[in-house]
Design a protein. Structure first.
Length: 83
């Protein structure tokens, strides 16, 4: 498993530059790395959606906590919107 800092860096690299990073970077600078990841996930979802690579990265590195809770919520909303 990767550290939260490594997950953030990989997630940041995967996402296109069009995804807003302001909230995520604010959390990152405050030392709230997991909340930086959740902010990045939320901004990615609203901007470009969640790719399989993003979902896999999170699932491989988190079992519980705020990051997986955010991912599960966003995937639920994505499934509801696609119906």
């Amino acid at each position: 498993m990767l550290s939260s800092k490594e997950v953030y860096a990989r997630l940041d690299a995967i996402l296109p530059s069009s995804v807003d990073r302001e909230d995520a970077e604010s959390n990152l600078n405050a030392g709230e790395i997991e909340y930086a990841i959740t902010a990045l996930l939320d901004d990615a979802y609203t901007s470009v959606g969640l790719s399989d690579a993003v979902v896999s990265l999170i699932r491989e590195n988190y079992d519980d906590g705020p990051v997986i809770d955010m991912l599960d919520a966003l995937l639920y909303y994505q499934s509801v919107e696609s119906v």
